[in-house]
Design a protein around this ligand. Structure first.
Ligand code: 6MZ
Length: 360
């Protein structure tokens, strides 16, 4: 299996296109704006790290990690979104040192930004990548070291190709959220390539009132804000409106917005990061025909089509664009002009990068 093999909805849509249609998609400059680092590691690399890992000091045994990787290789069945979050302890055990984290980050960046080996002309999946990750402390590194390790890899690419979004997790306590926001702002002030702060994690966890002060600081520091919002039908109206009150620049998923919330989004013009395969696989959307992307397209509202987590979802950015162009029921059956417009909107919705000495 190569690092770029895909399966499922995106693969089926891609297989239904003509070589000429695929070439059209490859040629479009696209921005990947919603990709989680630890959810996007190529399986062969995870396997290599697992084989080399010393688990003697780890809480997660090598057997649990190997079982997790086998599951990822054969395809994970998600019955509900909660199944998805259970995958991460095993993955996290493998990216717990600065070295393996850097290796993972390098592979994820390469997957999006280096020439695609199966493309005849070698176009990369994305012209630009905003990679996001949640800094962790491990026995081997602090959160600062975590961010520095990832930033070192991001900054190997020119400023117009790659940047980092720092994620907060809804489950975080105030002290941790405070530490991460302070770190993100400080690194940005030092000229490191942090362009935004995200809120992710279990969509039903946490009290969003607690995050208000942190996102206020993020905005005051000039960083972009993107929030996972209304990802499940159980997210409450209050939760959604609270998050919208943080004035986010972009929104992740925004699947279950009621009419009031959608009106706020339309008036604020916040770009919606759309992850088609992710929503179908996690069963927050039952069929493509009912996907909320249609509301945004009808309203001419900015969107960006993204992969979310290529590791469990076994998709890639080209496959997500194939889902736009492929005829129904395999795809949305959009016209080339519409697909071109979506790619342009993704590029227009990038968070501005700081001018840094590492950028050239
Ligand atoms: C919410 C998600 C997510 O940050 O360790 N994550 N959070 N909804 C989703 N949709 C399916 N997909 C990924 O990458 C993995 C982390 O990203 C968040 C989860 O918190 C997951 O633990 P990082 O690099």
């Amino acid at each position: 299996m190569s690092a770029y093999d895909i399966a499922g909805y995106a693969a089926d849509a891609l297989a239904s296109l003509t070589p000429e249609e695929i070439e059209f998609l490859r040629e479009l400059p696209k921005a990947e704006l919603h990709a989680h680092l630890n959810g996007s590691i190529p399986i062969p690399l995870l396997q290599k790290i697992a084989n080399e890992a010393d688990f003697s000091s780890s809480a997660i045994s090598s057997d649990a990690v190997k079982a997790g990787i086998e599951q990822l290789k054969t395809g994970v069945v998600f019955n509900e979104l909660h199944d998805f979050f259970g995958l991460f302890p095993a993955i996290y055990a493998l990216t717990a040192t600065p070295e393996t984290l850097a290796e993972a980050a390098r592979a994820v960046l390469a997957q999006f930004l280096e020439p695609d080996p199966v493309s005849p002309k070698g176009q990369p999946m994305a012209a630009y990548l905003e990679l996001r990750s949640t800094p962790r402390t491990t026995p081997n590194m602090s959160r600062k070291q975590y961010l520095e390790a990832v930033l070192d890899e991001v900054e190997r690419y020119p400023v117009e190709r790659a940047a980092l979004i720092v994620s907060l997790d809804r489950r975080m306590d105030a002290k941790t959220a405070e530490e991460i926001v302070s770190l993100a702002i400080k690194l940005r002030q030092e000229g490191r390539r942090v362009v935004g702060v995200d809120l992710c994690g279990d969509p039903l966890a946490g009290n969003m009132d607690n995050f208000e002060q942190y996102f206020k600081r993020v905005k005051e520091a000039g960083l972009g804000v993107t929030l996972h919002i209304a990802e499940t039908s159980e997210n409450t109206h209050e939760d959604t409106l609270k998050l919208l009150s943080f004035s986010p620049d972009r929104l992740g998923h925004a699947t279950f917005l009621d009419t009031d919330a959608r009106d706020v989004v339309f008036s604020n013009n916040a770009c919606v990061e759309i992850c088609l395969s992710s929503n179908l696989l996690c069963k927050t959307v039952s069929i493509l025909e009912e996907h909320h992307i249609r509301h945004y397209l009808e309203a001419n509202h900015p969107i960006a089509v993204c992969t979310d987590d290529t590791l469990p979802f076994r998709n890639n950015l080209l496959g997500e664009y194939a889902l736009l162009l492929a005829k129904e029921p395999l795809g949305l059956g959009l016209t080339r002009e519409e697909v071109e417009r979506i790619a342009r909107m993704s590029m227009a919705s990038r968070f501005a990068s700081p001018v840094s000495k590492t950028a050239q």
